[in-house]
Structures are given as C-alpha cells and as structure tokens.
Design a protein around this ligand. Structure first.
Ligand code: ASP
Length: 360
C-alpha cells in the first residue's frame, strides 16, 4: 500500500495528467497541495489567499478562481467548480488567516478526488491539533478509521482541525500530512512527488546535470531539511521514521527517473549538501558531509589553499588575504565557512574536480 503526496506544481492545469499516470491500484491515499506555480513569475494559490485575507481585493480572489476553473476545464473534470468557489469565498475571510490559507488545499483535494474517482476525506476530520501542536495519537486513530475500507482517498495537505477551528502547519506542510497518512495506513512507501529529481548535493540550476543522492537516512534528511533544503518539510520525517516507512522523493514528470530514498540506510555519498546563506552581511556556506575530520579538513584547506593562505585548519581556521578574514568551524558532519563574499560557485567547481559532486 502506498501513500502519495503531490506538490503544487503537479496540481496545475497541464500537469494534473502526470499525477493520474502515477496512481496505481497500490495507492491508497493521495495528499495534494494547493495549485502551485505554472511559470516562474506566477504566484502560488496559498500566497494569493494570504494577500486576499488581508486586502479583500476581489482581483486577487479572481486569480484564485481562475486557477481552479482552469484546473477543472483543462482536465475535463465534471465538478461544479462555481459552487465550490462560491462556498470557499463565503468562508475565506470569516475564520481567520490560517483558515483562508487552507482553502487552496481543500479545493485541490475536492477536484482531484473527482478527477480520480476517489473518495474525498476532509482533512478537518483526520488531522487534529491541540492548542498549538499536532495531536499525534488522535490524528492516527482518526485517519485509520477514515481510510479503512476506502479503495482510494484524496485529502488536502497542510491543514487540520484545532481546538478553536481550522489550523495549518507551517508552509510546505502538505508533506507532513502525507507522512501522517502513510503512518496511519502503515503504508509500505511514502511517495513525495515534486518537480525535481529528489535531493542533490548542489543547486541543479547552478551545477548542470548534478546527480541525485540516491539514498540517505532519516537523520541525514533531517539535517538537510533543517539546513534549509526545501524539498521536504522537516516535520514530515518523524512520522515515517517511527513506522520505518521509506520516503521516496521523485520527479512527477519522470517517475522512473532518479529519486532519493530516505530510510534507515545511511547515504553512500561523502557529501550531502552545500548551501549558502547571507547572515549579517557575511556569507555562510554550510557543507553537510559524511567524512571524518581529516577528510573534511583536507577538502576545506584544499579549497582555500588554492586561493588563500591557510593558517590553521583545526577546529577554527582563519585565512587572510587582502585584509579579508575567512573562518571555518567544524562540527560533526558539518563544516561552516564564513566569508566576506560568495564562494559557492568556486566551491562547486572545486568539489566537482575532487569528484565529491558528481554529474550525470
Ligand atoms: N500550499 C502550502 C504552501 O504553499 C502548503 C504546501 O504546499 O505544502 O506552503
């Protein structure tokens, strides 16, 4: 039995057909996000809903309507979308911001359920929050009751019912709903379908052809998600880990293509991720890895050594050139470089030459 979650890009007029192709008789629960971006400058439904809540601007609501009308029209889905949208608008600004922002997932799930000929299971009925956080046990039992005996069910991600009304997870939270559904139905696999080939060491936009990390452990994925990898919500890991359910992160455009499997097995990759952040006017580059201290310090001093004089690479290394200071702090499985200007492109090149970043 499989639980599959589809991100917003799959739930767009031209891509919904890919979702349908993936669903097999082994699938039991499908979790969907709100309609996502169709092109890079497009605005996600959830962002539109947030703006609509604060402004009440009818043009923004029309943009939301347009997304869902086209979703049904392009795919020939026989649902009364006008009635759905009318009902959603009436509730949109009445029950608070989180309620309004959850409407995209609710609309997506109702439409996708009709499209797949599946049962619609309302997230309010199965995802339970306490005053602040998720009530795990209540959610598990509500879900196992709701999905029992259902052949295929569709549920909206990202929200559920709280003590004082509907509540959402943080952004990207449909991943969490999917993981909870997988746990409650003791699925043998949790598929998380996105528009990229799983998790890569480097940004695929900057390193053309960078290869996917084929497998990694739950804890490695957790470190990556916490470090800002946007491919999976950090809270989606524990429910799967608790029941040893592997998470497959794959590309819905090419389901047989490269993907990342997150399970109990540790990655074979020496390098897991290289990310860059701007913090207080400095550039912080974080390298997550599976190397021992000697190996990672050789990589870092090798990189800096090509450009700057390395004074010391043990614990903290300070390198000076042209009165600039560079520092590197090592902790277990992590090296953080702090520099005055970006080094990521050079670092990518260096790591490619060292064959720590592989390209296909
Ligand atoms: N639609 C929400 C967001 O854009 C939740 C999700 O997609 O998981 O963050």
């Amino acid at each position: 039995m499989i639980t599959a979650k589809f991100g917003g890009t799959a739930v767009t007029p031209r891509n919904l057909v890919y979702l349908k192709k993936i669903i097999s008789p082994f699938h039991k629960v499908v979790v969907v996000s709100a309609v996502g971006k169709e092109f890079s400058s497009d605005v996600k439904t959830t962002d539109l809903l947030e703006k609509y809540f604060f402004s009440g601007d009818d043009n923004i609501w029309k943009a939301v309507e347009d997304k869902y009308r086209r979703l049904t029209e392009v795919n020939g889905i026989g649902i009364d979308v006008d009635e759905l949208l009318f009902g959603a608008k009436a509730r949109a600004r009445r029950y608070g911001l989180q309620y309004c922002m959850s409407l995209g997932e609710e609309l997506s799930a109702k439409i996708v359920a009709e499209y797949l000929g599946a049962a619609y299971v309302e997230a309010d009925e199965v995802v339970r929050f306490g005053v602040r956080s998720l009530l795990f046990k209540e959610t598990m039992s509500a879900m196992s009751n709701a999905y029992k005996g259902v052949k295929l069910a569709v549920t909206g991600g990202y929200y559920g019912m709280g003590k004082y009304g509907r509540q959402t997870f943080s952004r990207g939270g449909s991943d969490v709903t999917g993981a909870l559904c997988a746990a409650a139905t003791t699925s043998s696999l949790y598929e998380n379908w996105t528009d990229v080939y799983g998790v890569c060491v480097a940004d695929p936009v900057k390193v053309y052809g960078v290869s996917t990390i084929r497998s990694m452990s739950y804890s490695e994925m957790r470190a990556l998600s916490r470090g800002g990898a946007e491919v999976l919500h950090p809270s989606a890991i524990s429910p799967a880990e608790r029941f040893s359910i592997p998470i497959k992160i794959g590309n819905f455009y090419n389901p047989q293509g490269a993907s990342t499997l997150v399970s109990q097995c540790y990655s074979q990759n020496k390098l897991l991720s290289v990310t860059e952040q701007r913090v207080d006017g400095k550039i912080k580059t974080t390298i997550l890895h599976n190397m021992n201290f000697a190996e990672i310090s050789a990589v870092v001093s090798g990189f800096f050594g090509e450009r700057y004089s390395v004074l010391n690479c043990f614990g903290v290394s300070i390198n000076t050139e042209k009165n600039k200071t560079y520092s590197c702090v090592f902790s277990k499985n992590k090296a953080v470089l702090v520099t005055e200007s970006t080094v990521i492109e050079d670092l990518y090149k260096y790591l490619r030459r060292a064959e720590l970043i592989k390209v296909d």
